[in-house]
Design a protein around this ligand. Structure first.
Ligand SMILES: [Zn+2]
Length: 203
């Protein structure tokens, strides 16, 4: 928690400026990620692609940074911290868990959603067991990445739209199934995508 508070203390100074004569790209949302355990590099690369794809449809550019690579006194215009719990790689087959558990979560205080998300890798993997044959489980790192990317994007909806509620359809409905996590595409429904895009332009 101390580390989190220290990071937050350096988050609020805009550092973006456009070269003269060139239109300014919107500053990225930096997602600072931290892992409990060793993780699959391939899965995490796939996760980053999936989340970035979903967010860019709302005009949000995502930049990723590992907590271990965080420079002292780093400054960010827009920061979200995501902590990955459990084993985020397919080499470790998860112990059976209660399937009703959450795949990810975000935190709120006084009705405001805070820029902290959490992903439960073992629960995501547990969910995948119902759609990935046991013989292919260990080779499904890309699929794990897609699933993780959708869980991250779901939590980033809550955070960027500052909305604890869910929608009736799409990626922002509650209780995503294993098929939702691995289907060819699952995006924010239109009104959720618009709410996320207003993160940058509240009016
Ligand atoms: Zn949710």
């Amino acid at each position: 928690m101390l580390k989190t508070l220290l990071v937050l203390a350096v988050t609020c100074t805009p550092v973006f400026s456009a070269p003269e004569g060139r239109p300014a790209l919107p500053p990225p949302v930096t997602v600072l990620i931290e892992f409990d355990k060793p993780h699959s590099v391939r899965s995490i690369a796939a996760m980053e692609r999936e989340t970035a794809h979903i967010l860019q449809l709302s005009g949000i550019r995502v930049e990723w940074l590992m907590m271990k690579d965080l420079a002292p006194h780093a400054e960010f215009s827009d920061l979200v911290i995501v902590h990955f719990r459990g084993s985020c790689g397919m080499d470790e087959i998860p112990m059976p868990l209660d399937e009703r558990g959450v795949l990810g979560l975000s935190y709120a205080s006084d009705g405001e959603v805070l820029p902290f998300g959490e992903v439960q890798c073992d629960r995501v993997k547990q969910s995948l067991r119902s759609v990935v044959p046991a013989s292919r489980f260990r080779a499904s790192e890309e699929l794990l990445g897609r699933a993780l990317g959708r869980v991250v994007a779901h939590e980033m909806y809550h955070i960027l739209a500052n909305d604890q509620r869910h929608t009736n359809d799409g990626l922002t409905r509650p209780g995503l199934s294993a098929r939702d996590l691995v289907s060819p595409e699952l995006l924010y429904p239109e009104h959720a995508a618009e709410a996320v895009s207003r993160h940058r332009n509240p009016n």
